[in-house]
Design a protein around this ligand. Structure first.
Ligand SMILES: NC(=O)c1ccc[n+]([C@@H]2O[C@H](COP(=O)([O-])OP(=O)(O)OC[C@H]3O[C@@H](n4cnc5c(N)ncnc54)[C@H](OP(=O)(O)O)[C@@H]3O)[C@@H](O)[C@H]2O)c1
Length: 338
């Protein structure tokens, strides 16, 4: 298949380029600078310059032979306390970006895939939910909810299939959050949120190693899938269990605990909410229909892989030093291990 990817230089996108080319697909990756061009080319893809917010730039980037499109571009704010303007920009990249890509789709396109997030459909009472559950978006996920609905409606009226892969919380050796957690744990600065008004002490998160999330997209393309799928590992985990296991593997101090109401000041309101509200779901439909299963079935195997990679590529030594996490290389030196 000839696959066009927006967000091809991101944590998920880099793996999509690599895994798809490894499986014999022909990949075109949208890039915005020389680093992006190198990242896509090094993984076997063809880089094309463009910006999803500049529709005319997509004319040259999306050629007539493209059969599959993945819209993985996102601009999730990186700051602890993002401004409304940062969220609004992320909404534009998601929604206006998707509409721009859709407006330029060559006739050859048969399938459009969107990575979404499982916590968009978490239930107010914390119960287990599946792909049929009602959405409960918040400020951070409202634009994704609208985009999911738009794609499903559009698919009903056209010949292009829409596959929405709602993924669990990403973790990987080169994922920004994972690097930040590792650094904060080593410095004794990562608090475990201990319940209270902002959320529950025992909130179960659904997580997925990004290598496995990318494999699910490859499977969805090869199975010509359409509809909604939840891409999570086999075992929801509480932040307390996850961070304690991470600290043990890093030989870091036991993480401290803080009340929920205080968490927003340390990890930001949005992350605090994601971390403290349960989102238990399952990968049963994806396993059944996509012939996909996680190679890291739980956070335990996934964390082992991260530590192993960090030891091999020097990231662990950098994190143990005074190097700020922003300066730890994460694109090409700590790339996907898949
Ligand atoms: N993080 C999670 O826990 C999680 C969980 C489930 C699903 N997801 C979803 O997975 C998808 C990928 O996330 P990620 O973590 O891989 O993101 P990421 O690492 O932050 O990468 C974002 C990508 O979007 C590109 N981009 C941003 N603005 C753009 C624009 N105006 N035009 C073209 N490209 C643009 C970036 O390109 P540059 O390199 O040029 O900046 C980069 O390639 C997103 O849809 C996200 O919502 C994330």
């Amino acid at each position: 298949m000839r696959v066009f990817i927006t967000g091809a230089t991101g944590v998920l996108g880099r793996r999509l380029v690599e895994q798809l080319t490894n499986n014999g697909h022909d990949v075109v990756g949208l890039v915005r600078d020389a680093d992006g061009e190198t990242a896509v080319a090094n993984r076997g893809g063809t880089p094309r310059y463009g910006d999803v917010l500049e529709p005319e730039s997509l004319d040259a980037a999306m050629d007539d032979g493209i059969e599959v499109v993945i819209h993985a571009a996102t601009a999730i704010p990186e700051s602890t306390k993002p401004s409304e303007a940062e969220w609004a920009h992320n909404d534009r990249v998601r929604m206006e970006g998707a509409k721009n890509v859709l407006s330029k789709l060559p006739d050859s396109v048969e399938q459009f895939l969107l990575p979404s997030v499982v916590w968009l459909a978490r239930q107010p009472d914390g119960s287990v939910f599946d792909e049929t559950a009602e959405r409960h978006p918040d400020r951070a996920t409202q634009s994704l909810a609208e985009l999911e609905a738009l794609l499903l409606n559009r698919a009903g009226e056209s010949t292009v299939d829409a596959a929405i892969l709602r993924c669990g919380f990403f973790y990987a050796p080169d994922a920004r959050d994972t690097l930040t957690w590792g650094k904060q744990l080593l410095d004794g600065d990562l608090p475990i949120v201990g319940g209270g008004l902002l959320g529950r002490r025992d909130a179960e998160l659904s997580v997925v190693h990004v290598d496995d999330a990318a494999r699910a997209f490859v499977a969805a393309i090869e199975q010509e899938a359409s509809g909604m799928y939840h891409i999570v590992d086999d075992e929801p985990v509480t932040p307390a269990t996850l961070f304690t296991a991470f600290a043990e593997r890093l030989d870091a101090p036991d993480p401290g605990r803080i009340p929920g109401w205080l968490a927003r000041f340390f990890i930001g309101k949005v992350t605090a909410k994601v971390m403290t509200h349960p989102m238990p779901t399952t990968n049963e439909k994806a396993a059944r229909e996509l012939d996909w299963e996680p190679t890291y079935p739980t956070y335990r195997e996934g964390l082992d892989q991260i530590i192993d990679q960090w030891e091999r590529d020097g990231t662990l030594a950098e994190l143990r030093s005074d190097t700020p996490v922003e300066a730890v290389p994460s694109v090409d030196t700590a790339a996907s291990s898949s």
